[in-house]
Write a protein that binds this ligand. Structure first.
Ligand SMILES: Cc1cc2nc3c(=O)[nH]c(=O)nc-3n(C[C@H](O)[C@H](O)[C@H](O)COP(=O)(O)OP(=O)(O)OC[C@H]3O[C@@H](n4cnc5c(N)ncnc54)[C@H](O)[C@@H]3O)c2cc1C
Length: 390
């Protein structure tokens, strides 16, 4: 495996940094904090105008045809800068799926608007009783002539309050085995009968939503994939979901900057304490492991394979590592470390406190740690299943 990035990759990194410096303004950061929403329309449209929403798409689909390594650089820089890219990543997951499983009309009408940064698509998978066991979804879709009538509830529908569409997992056949009675729809969020209610989590920023569907009527043209074939569509979509993140990179950078200026009661710099340096080094090592696992995911994709197990490993390690490392960094700062980003005296600009809360929820969405461990054990190591197939 080759870890070196080519010169063109480094040139692209500089371009991304310049873009972020220009568009990730204090105004944008402040709006994200205030609304708890990891999306900003002005920033998102700027990405669209630059052509970077479709950076990795083939040119014939309106993209820039950039390879996995350039994409990795793009996401690395966005993560390092803490850019609000949830809208981008969720929308791309669905748009990638539409490229494979959408109808011609869906592709023609929606994909160009996605690339332009005009459309965000949220994910309507989880329900109050079905999260990890997503195939047990119950929100019902019943055929009525050329239409479908939807009734039920979803939970944790992040960005539902900003999105133009929801990619909705429904039950169309209650008698079939659970994976065989599901159908996917792409439903405009302004369809009558959809209600969105905020749901606040521990995360930073922490807003997601509950969504309610009452006699929502959608045409059959809103269906994605076959009737009762929703699981195949979901499987494709979930494959686009799991990748790695970088680890606690920004938290470490901010803590090092803090430790250089902070003083002990005896006047010595915190950074000069060998025990502090050892703890900072340990975080740096964990970040390196997270980055390498994430590199491997990219490499697997670059070699033309689906990085299912590798993506699960990378996500599992990085989310747990960030939680572990930020707990240690907070401990190092003492009680002041608990000050949040909006408090002027917060050490490390509150970045560690925020990253710690973010990590707590990151261990849940996109597959919980327990579920990811099962994937690695069963699919990666060939160990027996942890539970009976239902
Ligand atoms: C901040 C946030 C944002 C989210 N955004 C979205 C979104 O946009 N769209 C969406 O559809 N969903 C979203 N989710 C939902 C997320 O996907 C689910 O929370 C997750 O899949 C876990 O499901 P659950 O909460 O129902 O917990 P459960 O599945 O009930 O799990 C409870 C506990 O049991 C464990 N467990 C469950 N099954 C197994 C198993 N087979 N083996 C071992 N242990 C198991 C879990 O690891 C966990 O510890 C979001 C969640 C959060 C926290």
């Amino acid at each position: 495996m080759d870890f070196a990035l080519h010169e063109s990759g480094e040139a692209f990194r500089s371009e991304v940094r310049v873009f972020l410096a220009e568009h990730l303004t204090q105004d944008v950061r402040e709006r994200v904090r205030r609304t708890g929403t990891v999306h900003d329309w002005r920033f998102h449209r700027a990405l669209g105008a630059k052509g970077w929403i479709g950076a990795g798409w083939p040119v014939e689909f309106g993209g820039q045809g950039r390879g996995p390594w350039e994409l990795r650089i793009f996401y690395e820089e966005c993560a390092r800068a803490d850019a609000p890219t949830d809208g981008l990543s969720m929308t791309l997951m669905v748009a990638n799926t539409l490229r494979v499983a959408g109808t011609e009309v869906q592709q023609r009408e929606i994909l160009p608007r996605v690339l332009a940064g005009e459309v965000v698509i949220c994910l309507g998978y989880s329900e109050p009783d079905t999260g990890s066991d997503v195939a047990a979804a119950r929100l019902s879709a019943i055929r009525d002539g050329d239409d479908w009538i939807l009734n039920g509830q979803k939970v944790f529908t992040s960005l539902a309050h900003e999105a133009q569409y929801v990619f909705l997992l429904t039950r169309t056949n209650a008698d079939a085995p659970k994976h065989r009675g599901l159908t996917m729809f792409l439903v405009p969020m302004d369809t009558p009968g959809i209600d969105v209610e905020p749901l606040w989590t521990l995360g930073a920023p922490g807003r997601t939503n509950r969504t309610f569907y009452t006699d929502v009527r959608v045409p059959d043209a809103a269906r994605v994939g076959d009737v009762d074939g929703g699981w195949d569509v979901m499987t494709a979509a979930l494959t686009f979901e799991r990748g790695g993140t970088l680890g606690a990179v920004r938290a470490l950078e901010e803590t090092v900057a803090w430790a250089r200026t902070a003083r002990r009661p005896d006047g010595s710099a915190v950074i000069d304490d060998p025990l502090v340096r050892r703890r900072l080094a340990r975080v740096a090592i964990e970040n390196e492991v997270a980055a390498l696992l994430s590199h491997r995911t990219t490499w697997t994709a670059a070699e033309g394979h689906l990085p299912g197990v590798e993506g699960s490993m990378a996500k599992l390690f990085s989310s747990e590592s960030v939680q572990r490392c930020t707990a240690d960094l907070l401990d190092l700062m003492g009680t002041e470390g608990l000050l949040t980003q909006d408090q002027p005296d917060a050490p490390a600009a509150g970045a560690v406190e925020a990253a710690h809360r973010k990590a707590a929820v990151a261990r849940i969405y996109g597959g919980t740690s327990e579920v990811l461990r099962s994937i690695v054990a069963e699919r990666g190591l060939g160990l027996p299943r942890t539970r009976a197939a239902r």
